[in-house]
Design a protein around this ligand. Sequence first.
Ligand code: BV8
Length: 241
Amino acid sequence: MRGRKRGNIVVLTGAGISKESGLDTFRDADGLWSRVNLEDVATPEGFARNPKMVHDFYNHRRRELQSDNVRANAAHVALGRLEAEWPDNVLVVTQNIDALHEEGGSKNLIHMHGEMLKARCDLCGAVHDWTGDMDIGTVCPACDAAGGMRPHVVWFGEMPFEMERISRALAQCSLFVSIGTSGNVYPAAGFVQEAIFSARAHTVELNMEPSEGATMFAETVYGPATEVVPAWVERVLEEGF
Ligand code: BV8
C-alpha cells in the first residue's frame, strides 16, 4: 500500500550495507566465515580456548575499518537523510560493528552486536573506546588489571544489546525495513515477524539477493545497497510507503 507518510520506521542492517565500503560480509562466497571458523573466533568458548587467535581476528578487522578508504557509502548516507527528513521516528538497528552508520548521519542507532571500536573489561565491566590492538596482556584503563580485556562485541551464545528497546520499537513501528542481511542470525532474523505480529507493520527487504526470510516481506527490492537504498529512501520521502 503506497502513500503513508507518517509512522515510526525501524531499519535492520547487516554486513551487506557495508560491503561497498570495502568491508567483508560473513556468508558471501568470499565472506569472513569462508576463511575462519565462527566457533573459533566469535564464541566465548573460542575466546577461552585461544584468546590470541580471537584478538588477532578482531585486531585485523579493527585496523581495517579505520583505514582511510573505508568510508560510509551512499546507503549509509541515505539512512541518515531518512532519519533527518522523515516526520516520525526512524531507528536503525545494526548487526554491524563498524562505525559507518554514524559517519552516514544516523543518530538514533543501536549496535545490537556491539562495536569494534569499543573494548570491555570482563573483570570490572568497564567499556572503553578502543582503536588500537589488544592482547591478553592488555591492561584495563579502569581497574589496571590485565587479562580481562575483550572486544565489546556480542558472540554467538551471548545476549545481544538493547533487546528491550528494540522490541518496544518493533511494537510501535508502521514500517520495518531489512537491508544487507542474510537473515541467518537470531534474534535479528526474527524481527520481521515481530514487526508483523506486534505492529502489523509494512515490511520491506532491500538486499543483493533474497534472504532466508525473504518470503515474510511484503515488498522486496534486490540490487547493490548503494543503488537500491538511496532510490528507496527518495521514493518513500516523496510518495510514502
Ligand atoms: C543469542 C559478532 C540468546 C560480531 C555476530 C546454538 C547455541 C547458541 C546460540 C544459538 C544456537 N543456535 C542458534 C543460536 C542463536 C544464534 C544464531 O542465530 N546462530 C545462527 C548461526 C543459527 N544467535 C546467537 O547466539 C545470538 N545470541 O541468541 O542469545 C541468549 C538467550 C539467553 C541468554 C543468552 C543468550 C548472538 C548473535 C550474534 C553473533 N555475533 N557477530 C562480529 O564479529 O561482527 S553474528 C554476525 O552475523 C554479525 O554480527 C553479522 O552482522 C551477523 C549477521 O550476518 P549478516 O549481517 O546478515 O551478514 P551475512 O554475510 O550473513 O549476509 C550479508 C547479506 O548482504 C547477504 O544476504 C548478501 O546477499 C547481502 N549483500 C552482500 N553485498 C551486498 C548485499 N546487500 C546489498 N548490497 C550489497 N553490496
